[in-house]
Ligand binder design. Structure first.
Ligand SMILES: O=C(O)CCC(=O)C(=O)O
Ligand SMILES: [Fe+2]
Length: 314
């Protein structure tokens, strides 16, 4: 499964009460965010704004959801690949996932909830929506810090307004053996920022630039924040978008929830001019994320070493 390392992901604390733009605290966290994303494309975020009842409740909600009969789960359908129910794939037999578009907005969560439980399910609905809304604040903070760190404040509104949030929830069955089995194959995310939250069952591994695998071991109040290919491209390669995968052992199921900020269709991702110079030649031609995803899910896109390079590499 490739060589592992005892290196740990950087841990960055977002829980400090005086973490406000402009404060000394903010500047110091911002420097750490920039450094971690350049080096690993990823870090562990301590973030206590999500109340403990939501942090615990999310896993009860996921168990309840994945315990529904398959025919009910299939009601989670979407025209967009990987936004609806995914499961029962022979290549990833342990893996199942579902998606909630704009999960920070109550109306969306309500209609999905009602499609699963026609009589309603208030607890589920509230938990999913609050979780997404609170985690979206962490996503915004990270993106704000990145843009500031490059002196790109003038792009802030455009950047924030050009994305939607998708909540994807995952279940990985325990393989019921002592051998390690693949839960999800190595990939880079294709979006802007991904923020992952998991139950106590570990399995996420992130690959370093020199090819070693780091075991992510987040504490119960920590999230894993990660850069996707679109942010990598927008920063003209200044931030790193890491390969990662899930490996499973033992009997227990791993549940995780990921909030993905995703560029809207029609929005052209183009590195700001100040990030392009002699030392940093332009890496990617401007592209539309939805069209790029279309390519990624073709056979050629799946075969490519880097779908982004093949699609729009200069
Ligand atoms: O379950 C996890 O922690 C990782 C999931 C993941 O990498 C993805 O959905 O893109
Ligand atoms: Fe991923």
């Amino acid at each position: 499964m490739g060589s592992e390392t005892t290196v740990r992901l950087p841990v960055i604390d977002f829980s400090k009460p005086d973490l406000k733009p402009g404060s000394a605290e903010w500047d110091s966290v911002r420097a750490n965010v920039r450094q971690a994303l350049e080096e690993f494309g990823c870090f562990e975020a301590k973030f206590d704004k999500v109340p403990v009842e939501i942090r615990k409740g999310i896993f009860s909600a996921l168990e309840e959801l994945f315990d529904l009969p398959l025919e009910t789960k299939l009601r989670n359908s979407s025209k967009k690949p990987f936004h609806g129910y995914v499961g029962q794939y022979p290549q990833v037999p342990l893996y199942e996932s579902m998606g909630v578009d704009d999960a920070n907005i109550m109306e969306n969560v309500k209609s999905l909830t009602n499609s699963f439980w026609p009589q309603g399910n208030q607890t589920f609905c509230k938990t999913i929506q609050s979780f997404s809304e609170q985690v979206s604040e962490l996503d915004e903070t990270i993106r704000r810090m990145v843009l500031e760190s490059f002196g790109l404040e003038k792009y802030m509104d455009e950047h924030m307004n050009s994305t939607n949030y998708l909540l994807r929830v995952m279940k990985y069955k325990g393989p019921q053996t002592t051998e390690t089995k693949i839960g999800l194959h190595a990939h880079t995310d294709k979006n802007i920022v991904t923020i992952l939250f998991q139950n106590q069952v570990e399995g996420l591994q992130v690959q370093t630039k020199d090819g070693k695998w780091i075991n992510a071991k987040p504490s119960p109040d920590s999230f894993i924040a990660m850069i996707g290919d679109s942010f990598y491209a927008w920063t003209n390669g200044r931030l790193y978008s890491a390969n990662h995968r899930v490996v499973m052992t033992g009997n227990e199921a791993r549940y995780s929830a990921g909030l993905f900020s995703i560029p809207k269709g029609g929005y052209i991702i183009k590195a700001p001019e100040v990030l392009v110079d002699e030392k940093h030649p332009l890496l990617f031609k401007p592209f539309d994320h939805v069209e790029f995803l279309g390519f990624y899910y073709t056979e050629a896109g799946q075969r490519a070493q880097s779908a982004l390079n093949t699609y729009c590499g200069v």
